[in-house]
Design a protein around this ligand. Structure first.
Ligand code: NAD
Length: 321
């Protein structure tokens, strides 16, 4: 049996593929490389358990041909759907980006799962589905869900269509609502952005927003561990979980200072005036993971510890030191 991973050349998808292959499970990986990079999966290319196809999931016919061919070689038992737009501001400027990369990739994936009789989907959703709820402690029963970005809206629409597919043809769906995830290989995100800015100008770090945005951060190793735990231990038809570090998070100011200390200790940090980094940015969220704790999984790193580790890791990725 094999699993299909969409977005396999991205940050989370490449980590997932490595984990499956280390466990001896065959992976069919798809990506159009719009934001991912082949170097993220370079150690897997040529591995007997890995096949990689460059394709846009919005092109249904080509997507179908790849599944049909792979399915003949070895039955695909489930799909881990990680492909999406990961640039929220870009999706605000051009709503087609999230319509295609965040929603249509899900729509087409489900269409082909129905066609080829693949019955289990694991889906990378996001805290962005909840919208801006200020100081509210968000759990999985929180509602109504009013996202404030096209990205969040298309993630919520993806959850909705997965739920409808559970009613009609899926045996199981696993909807993981990620917080901010950090670690290697970094393809985007606040730490990578700050390191690149400071590498190009050692004197000044300009931060989007006033620095008081406060969010929780989970290391990607813990994220993958949590997803595998849920997949193994939750057995409803539709399983949906917040995944996070279970703390109040850290501020952007904290991250900026930690990156500055590592990359350019003498740099001046200049903050913006508003509490949002960009349109669609949720300035603060408190994320309950009680449901996940009750299932039996707990994180080992706090947001602060995850940030400190990821700053070092991403600095090494960017500079080789
Ligand atoms: N990293 C986070 O902090 C975070 C937080 C919440 C949710 N998520 C979700 O987790 C998943 C993985 O995110 P990531 O951080 O690895 O992002 P990423 O950008 O590194 O990976 C996404 C991958 O999907 C691919 N892709 C996008 N559109 C595609 C298309 N039309 N056809 C084929 N491939 C396509 C990209 O090339 C990229 O390799 C995404 O669904 C994202 O929305 C991530």
């Amino acid at each position: 049996m094999s699993v299909l991973i969409t977005g396999v050349a991205g940050f989370v998808g490449s980590n997932l593929a490595k984990k499956f292959i280390a466990d001896g499970i065959k992976v069919v990986g798809l990506d159009n490389l719009c934001r991912g990079d082949k170097k993220n999966i370079s150690e897997l290319i040529g591995h007997p358990l890995f096949s990689f196809h460059i394709t846009n999931l919005c092109d249904l016919d080509t997507y179908a041909e790849i599944i049909e061919q792979s399915h003949v070689d070895e039955v695909i038992k489930e799909v881990w759907h990680m492909a999406a737009n990961s640039d929220i501001p870009a999706g605000i400027t051009d709503a087609n980006i999230d319509l295609c990369d965040t929603f249509m990739t899900t729509f087409n994936t489900l269409e082909l799962m129905r066609r080829f009789g693949i019955k289990i989907i694991s889906f990378a959703s996001s805290s962005a589905v909840y919208g801006d709820l200020g100081d509210l402690n968000i759990d999985e029963t929180t509602g109504p869900l009013f996202p404030i970005s096209n990205y969040g809206a298309m993630k919520l629409a993806s959850e909705a269509i997965i739920s409808a597919a559970v009613e009609s043809f899926l045996d199981g769906a696993f909807i993981f609502r990620f917080p901010n995830v950090i670690g290697l290989p970094a393809t985007h995100g606040v730490i990578l952005d700050f390191i690149r800015r400071l590498n190009s100008s050692k004197k000044l770090l300009e931060v989007l927003g006033d620095g008081n945005q406060q969010k929780s951060y989970l290391h990607v190793e813990e994220l993958v561990d949590a997803m595998f735990f849920i997949r193994k231990n939750s057995s409803k038809k539709c399983n949906y979980f917040n995944i996070g570090p279970g703390d109040d998070g850290v501020t952007v100011r904290f991250i900026a200072e930690k990156v500055r200390d590592v990359v350019a200790p003498n740099a001046l940090i200049v903050y913006g005036k508003t509490n949002k980094g960009w349109v669609g940015d949720v300035p603060k969220f408190y994320y309950s993971i009680e449901k996940l704790r009750n299932l039996g999984w707990s994180p080992t790193l706090s947001s602060e510890q995850a940030i400190l580790r990821a700053v070092q890791e991403i600095y090494e990725q960017e500079t080789g030191f």
